[in-house]
Design a protein around this ligand. Structure first.
Ligand SMILES: Nc1nc2c(ncn2[C@@H]2O[C@H](COP(=O)(O)OP(=O)(O)OP(=O)(O)O)[C@@H](O)[C@H]2O)c(=O)[nH]1
Ligand SMILES: [Mg+2]
Ligand SMILES: [Zn+2]
Length: 308
């Protein structure tokens, strides 16, 4: 029978069968030896074939994925980690403080998701906690990203009415990602009473989350949306992207590319580069250019250490 993986612990997989049955499954041995570079061969969202043998349900086949969000857990490592597959959109949850979400992290997530064909919505959370300085920072980020064309919404997951969030999520499979402690599980709890997903306050001494959610899980909510809650991620190493392609995913750079002197300009040291001009005139945010440079550097390092 066929089904969708709704939870994975690495040794057990929960699969919802087409008839609605929840099955606890194991992975048939061959999956582990297929030379997959990923640390997790079967992930939440995967469509799989399940067979029963000796009173145990076994995942015996993985159907082709429509898409997947993949990262390297540590920059420069060869191993990749698939966050989830077959999703309709990704919601990146961001907090200005408690914990801090950096723009390099946001930009890496955006680039990767877009490169894998997934639309991203930026969801700023914990607005009830923003100081005046944080409000200003929040507004600046909204300006930067909405001008590029990304949809941004801001909420307090514990205080606000979430009807706007619901309307964005409705009818879709939504991946929700972000650093630990930004409030991913809290948001899902607020969207549906009675779920009681574990949440935990962020650590006082480090101003970071405590990695409360340890396994991804897909929830089907009553208002008609599926949401994949995921463990918080610290960093986002790039996967499968060529150095020369990176700039194409910075949409505001792409718009100017035709005006650079060289058609293959990568906006680094070339003369008459319109992207660099725009950065110096504050028409492109410095933080975006900085993220871009950090990605170029990472790809160069990758090339030096791994040969790709
Ligand atoms: N003040 C305030 N606190 C919030 C808000 N959203 C979440 N929190 C708190 O932030 C802390 C972390 O929330 P979680 O939902 O556990 O965060 P998470 O993103 O799921 O974290 P991981 O599972 O570790 O990845 C909890 O103490 C929540 O109560 C919010 O909008 N305002
Ligand atoms: Mg959580
Ligand atoms: Zn250029």
């Amino acid at each position: 029978m066929n089904g969708v993986v709704t939870k994975s612990t690495g040794s057990w997989y929960q699969v919802k069968s087409e008839s609605g049955q929840m099955l606890e499954c194991r992975l048939k041995g061959k999956f582990r030896t297929q030379g997959i570079k990923s640390t997790n061969p079967v992930v939440v969202g995967d469509k799989v074939k399940v067979e029963e043998s000796d009173h145990t349900f076994m995942i015996v086949e993985l159907y082709e994925r429509k898409n997947a969000i993949i990262r390297k857990s540590v920059n420069l490592s060869k191993k990749t980690h698939v966050i989830a597959s077959n999703i309709d959109q990704a919601i990146l949850m961001i907090t200005i403080n408690n914990p801090v979400t950096t723009t390099t992290f946001i930009d890496r997530f955006l680039l990767s998701a877009n490169a894998f064909g997934v639309d991203v919505i930026l969801l700023f959370n914990k607005t009830d906690l923003y100081s005046d300085k944080e409000k200003k920072e929040h507004n600046e980020l909204i300006c930067i990203y909405s001008e590029i064309g990304y949809r941004c919404i801001s909420v307090s997951a514990i205080k606000d009415d979430l009807s706007q969030v619901k309307s964005i999520m409705k009818g879709k499979i939504n991946l929700i990602s972000g650093h630990s402690g930004v409030g991913k599980s809290t948001l899902i709890n607020s969207l549906q009473a009675g779920l009681n997903i574990n949440t935990k306050e962020i650590s006082d001494s480090y101003n970071q989350g405590q990695h409360t959610t340890t396994f991804s899980e897909l929830y089907e909510l009553d208002f008609g949306a599926s949401i994949i809650d995921t463990p918080g991620i610290r960093g986002f190493g790039l996967v499968d992207i060529e150095k020369n392609e990176i700039a194409n995913y910075f949409l505001e750079f792409l718009r100017l590319k035709g005006e650079c002197k060289f058609h293959n300009c990568i906006h680094l040291n070339e003369p008459n580069c319109k992207v660099k001009d725009a950065v110096s005139q504050n028409k492109i945010a410095e933080s975006r250019y900085f993220s871009y440079l950090s990605m170029l550097e990472e790809e160069e390092e990758n090339y030096r250490t791994n040969g790709y």
